[in-house]
Write a protein that binds this ligand. Structure first.
Ligand SMILES: Cc1cc2nc3c(=O)[nH]c(=O)nc-3n(C[C@H](O)[C@H](O)[C@H](O)COP(=O)(O)OP(=O)(O)OC[C@H]3O[C@@H](n4cnc5c(N)ncnc54)[C@H](O)[C@@H]3O)c2cc1C
Ligand code: FES
Length: 377
């Protein structure tokens, strides 16, 4: 019997042997009822008014946000916020990069609608100018290294352009001469996000070089065409200075090939910064097949983590209101410290080596591999 069948079998047996726990969605509803009424709390979020909506492409729109009665948050170009939405009573959270830079004086999110995606569809069809949204954050480390001042190379695809556009705007205003190259992949001319803005920036700032690559362009398209490959990335990038800093954001396959091409050209992994819009990896392969007890300190409350449940899912299902935000290992909000026991975790995630050495783990991407004793901070 394969591991998958064993894990599923163990889970099914456990469900039949034990009364059903509330679903994660139900637990989240109970724990986070305050979301929609909440305002101005670092845990429940801050409220923003949608001042303006701009359709960027047929499936992508930007929301320009104003803080309700407050100043805009302090954020760094490249960071994201977490949008907290309640749809038919089900609280949902999704991360969205801020597509504007702080020195532009406005806060903007740019959201691509996924066909059956809950939150992106909601933001496209049920949010109007004048409505309010609850956001957590800002979070994230996809920001510029303040100590590096070499040329910038940005490679992105689709909605991955959002944090790259913020980084570019920030740098162009700050430095008159720092060279920036953007290689951005889209399907067709109609799918290019921020085309007008990027064209204007390119005209105004000669140090910005933009290469759009279209996989299904019209016959009038004069730029590069086809899917980005290892070879095309190398040829578009050409030779680069040894102190170049690269920023990648887009579909996983595109990021993987760009990373590979850049490393083959001699860039060190410390010079390559990546932002993922999906969870970094699939669940770890060798998950424990048995339920494990988790004791939370300092209360001593003990719950059971079912096979395949993350620590976050186990906590929320059992009414332990662990903090969380992005749920993909990118923000650190769900950090817990493991005092006893062992977990299996998906990597990469945003914990530093020193945090990991001190016993910290991210609840959204860790699974119990033994009975645990943990604390939230
Ligand atoms: C750090 C970070 C920054 C991000 N920034 C941006 C950004 O700037 N812009 C942006 O557009 N996105 C961004 N994202 C992605 C965003 O957070 C959401 O993941 C995205 O909007 C999809 O959420 P959703 O609720 O619409 O889709 P979900 O409901 O979560 O669905 C996710 C996927 O599953 C598919 N799916 C859903 N239901 C079903 C079903 N029943 N059967 C089969 N498939 C199904 C959907 O089609 C979709 O492909 C970012 C993510 C992260 C982690
Ligand atoms: S919720 Fe963001 S890292 Fe876990």
């Amino acid at each position: 019997m394969g591991l998958f069948q064993k894990v599923v079998g163990a889970a099914i047996r456990h469900v039949f042997d034990n009364p059903a726990p509330p679903s994660v969605a139900q637990a989240r509803t109970r724990n986070q009822k305050a979301w929609n009424q909440a305002s101005h709390s670092p845990i429940y979020g801050y409220r923003y008014r949608v001042a303006r909506i701009v359709d960027e492409t047929p499936d992508t729109r930007s929301l320009w946000l104003e803080a309700e009665g407050e100043r805009l948050p302090n954020w760094q170009a490249g960071q994201f916020v977490t949008c907290c939405i309640s749809i038919d009573g089900q609280p949902l959270k999704r991360a969205y990069s801020i597509s504007s830079a702080p020195n532009e004086g406005f806060l903007r999110l740019t959201i691509k609608r996924l066909k059956t995606g809950q939150v992106s569809s909601y933001l496209h069809t049920r949010i109007d100018e004048g409505d309010t949204l609850t956001l957590l954050g800002p979070s994230g480390q996809f920001t510029l290294d303040q100590h590096a001042n070499g040329p910038l190379l940005m490679i992105g695809g689709g909605s991955g352009i959002t944090p790259l556009r913020a980084l570019i705007a920030e740098q162009l205003q700050r430095y008159a001469t720092r060279p920036i190259t953007l290689i951005a992949a889209f399907r067709s001319e109609a799918d290019i996000i921020f085309k007008t803005e990027l064209d204007a920036l390119r005209t105004e700032h000669p140090q910005l070089n933009v290469e759009m690559v279209l996989s299904q362009p019209s016959k009038h398209w004069k730029g590069p065409r086809g899917r980005l490959t290892d070879r095309s990335v190398k040829s578009l990038v050409g030779t680069f200075a040894p102190d170049t800093q690269a920023y990648l954001c887009g579909p996983e396959a595109l990021m993987a090939l760009a990373r590979h091409a850049l490393m083959e050209q001699g860039l060190a992994h410390t010079q390559i910064h990546e932002e993922r819009f999906q969870a970094a990896g699939t669940r770890p392969l060798s998950l424990s097949e048995t339920p494990h007890a988790i004791q939370f300190e300092p209360t001593g409350k003990t719950i059971t983590a079912e096979p395949g449940q993350t620590l976050l899912e186990a906590a929320l299902t059992n009414d332990i209101p662990l903090e969380y935000s992005c749920q993909v290992g990118g923000c650190g909000h769900c950090r817990v410290r493991v005092l006893e026991g062992e977990v299996i975790e998906s990597t990469p995630n945003c914990l530093s080596e020193s945090e990991r050495a001190a016993g910290y783990r991210l609840a959204c991407c860790s699974y119990a591999n033994a009975p645990l004793r943990i604390t939230q901070r």
